[in-house]
Design a protein around this ligand. Sequence first.
Ligand code: ATP
Length: 432
Amino acid sequence: MKKSDGTMDKLVSLCKRRGYIFQSSEIYGGINSCYDYGPLGVELKRNIKDLWWNAMTRDRDDIEGLDTSILMHPKVWHTSGHVEGFTDPLVDCKKCKSRYRSDDIDTEACPKCGGELTEARKFNLMFKTFMGPVEEDASIVYLRPETAQGIYVNFVNVVNTARRKIPFGIAQIGKAFRNEITPGNFIFRTREFEQMEMQYFVHPSEDEKWMEHWKEERFKWYEKIGLNKNKLRFHEHSKDELAHYAKAAVDIEYEFPFGWQELEGVHNRTDFDLSRHQAESNKKMSYFDESLGSRYIPYIIETSAGCDRTILSVLTDAYDEEEERVVMRLNPSVAPIKVAVFPLVNKDGMPEKARKIYDDLRKNIKTFYDTGGAIGRRYRRQDEIGTPFAITVDSDTMEDDTVTLRYRDSMKQERYPVDNIKNVLKDKLELK
Ligand code: ATP
């Protein structure tokens, strides 16, 4: 793993200072690897989830949505293999007590101090809790470590109620929990995180075709939300890297300041999950294919993305420093605020005029109004949080009813008539 070049520290501090992301429970000293999204962060997150949801469900006609519960019957996790096998190998340094995932390190001795390491122990990553008032083994439930199982156990419900024919998919966005041994790198690896997962059900003979399709689709989505293409790549899993359920797997990776890391996994899970659930629940999980006149258990192509990791990639990709300013070159589709409206000075009718423009814009476009401080400072503040456009009302506005439109990236300014500015912005933001 590459050492950070300082970008991460600057980003963490900007996120806190400007209200993107806060340490959780900070007044009590914080809790390791838990974060809260602030006023800007929550907008960014919502935009990313909406872009994903639209790309996966509304812009297509072959994927249904679902929202399943975090707590599920414990048998789900026995059947899926998580109780038995969702483990990481844990080693401790006997000297400095540092803790590692043994598959993360390639040395025999502690990478920090050279000390001797303990034997690797298997550590299950699922969080356990108790259902009901009695804390006994019979009432153990797990916080889901992935959203996928909620989709599998509802496969037949969705086929029957949505009257779907194979191939089709089911998409879900939701929280997942993993008691990671080594969380870190800000929101890259946390113990509570949000997944955006889609399971696509196909005839077993078509798995490879759909695997290719989803690989390409998902890669393009990251380009569409603005990530630099040169910082994205595929990583195909070799046979010995494959998870127990997978026939093939490819990660979409992004080059973070701390190295190339997984953003999303695209997996061919075969009929593993549905077959297992059918065997353990004694409920039919197969599908009757009218066009073929036969019944089979479909194969599943899964696309499993981390929302928080996507946010981190978007933020690190956008972060840029110039001599005079820090600028977040966020793609307008993800930017929490799309446009800021400023009166040049706080008098001569300008605030009233600017306020009117703001009130009109904010009905359709996330807009911010700011009267405080020198205009240059106001521009810089918006540059730093990634607002792509700013509108300024000045003395000319009061004469000819035109305003300045300033571009965050080029800092160029153009004038437009007030009564046309909303359409201009809608155009630039590609809004309908
Ligand atoms: P890793 O090897 O990084 O632990 P994984 O291969 O176990 O990840 P998957 O089980 O395929 O990950 O999960 C799908 C996606 O969920 C990942 O690509 C990632 O974006 C996200 N994800 C997984 N674990 C975490 C975590 N601890 N924090 C944030 N996001 C996560």
